[in-house]
Write a protein that binds this ligand. Sequence first.
Ligand SMILES: [Zn+2]
Length: 538
Amino acid sequence: MSDKYCIYLRKSRKDDDLHSETIEETLKRHRKTLLELAECQKLNVTKIYSEIVSGETINDRPEMQKLLRDVEQGKWRGVLVMEVERLARGDTTDQGRVAKAFKYSETLIITPNKIYDPTNEFDEEYFEFGLFMSRRELKTITRRLQEGRKRSVLEGKYVGNIAPYGYKRVKLKNEKGYSLKVLPEEANIVKMIFEWYTIGEKQADGTHKRLGVSLIAKRLNELKILPRKKGTWTASSVRNILKNPVYIGKVRWFWRKTQKKLINGELIVKRQNSEKHIITDGLHKGIIDKKTFELAKKIMKKNTTRPIRERNTIQNPLAGLIKCGICGRNMIRRPYNNYPDTLICLTTSCKNVSSSLHLVEEKIIEGIKNWISDYKLQWQIKNTSKQSTNITFNVTRKSLAKLNKEIKTLHLQQSNLDDLLEQKIYDVEKYKKRANILNKKLKKAEENYKKLQIIIKGYEKEKKRKIIVPQVEKIIETYYALPTPQAKNDLLKDVLEKVIYTKNQSGRWHTSPDDFELILYPRLPCSTRKYQNSQNKH
Ligand SMILES: [Zn+2]
């Protein structure tokens, strides 16, 4: 049997009653006590397991897992711990596992008060009872702790572990608990954030331009001002500052209910924001005046009531596609509460009459349909002899390569000619004569090259058309099944360059709802031809 001992350190909720201590301070104190105990009893301690994280279950406590593994392997004669309860608290399964590990390996538990021998029947009972007690106690302690926090908040103390941006957490003199001290440098940033949000950023002309949360975050990052936690500011971190009443000298406390769920044998703890909360005057100084804070709150409320989708996505499937046939400006969607959306020209003096957006959309799809069947027909006539086209294409390509070579040779001859003149092998007269012939040859070759290139391009376009027709057909098929205006808009923009809309018929729109003219400009290789879609003429 091993004659070695180890120490297991873990901060317990009980230690939280000593508000002033950090986890490191607590563990240091316990370590000293247990080392003294070991020395006094002449126990050979060779290892200290120090749990820095606090978790309810063994799974949450990495050092405990290591200790248990070692105990199960009989590595230790005994484990020194402040209280038996430190080993397992909260969960019955965990407690059973701990009790078994110690019992089967016959490992002693040594606390400053008592030595437990798991092989001793009486001790075993005591041991298990101790763990059972700790389980019951946990609930009481949790409640007591929450009550304690609540009381602290009511006294104006700061109960959070981390001070908000702009503050430092300071221990209160002569009493339990903490308050906040202003950090001037960070406080200035807080003031700036509130100013940007409520009054705005000063412009060159002396006026102010108000900034939204995203822009404030961007500006701060540009100024290389670092936030506390993450690397950069985000809209939400700015929003949290603007919303935090700590900056007008308040303290708040949320009762955060934790929801526990057992998933795959693991305890999943979810925190929920509860509506139950306390806001009260804090012992600390505010950074922002109440008026500014309330103004920020008002602005934020106004901005958050607007639904997000309105700002981010297109609501108009025809957005950016329809041009006014009279003034040339983009036609836009105007939503109404009781009418269907309307397509209008915003130019005040423009005489173009608006239409129902839905009708225009339908006509465009119909127009594409008509146009594609015409296009297909033309294309089929052109391509009656598909095979010969391919042969011509290949021959042309070869000729092009040949010509390219020839042009290169001619350029080389030209530079050789220059050399001959320079070396005085050719006199000027002879040089001129030869250069003339070369230039003529080069010019002709280059002309031919251009001609062939145009032919090749034509063939390539033809090839593209073969792909485009089924593509467009597919688009028309799927258009109405698309889920969002944005998706529809993307599709239409793939097929159409623009659509020109004109409606001269004045009077109420419902008397002649679709009496408008649309000219479609398909986005296609070699398609300068426009397609006119003006039906329903009376
Ligand atoms: Zn117009």
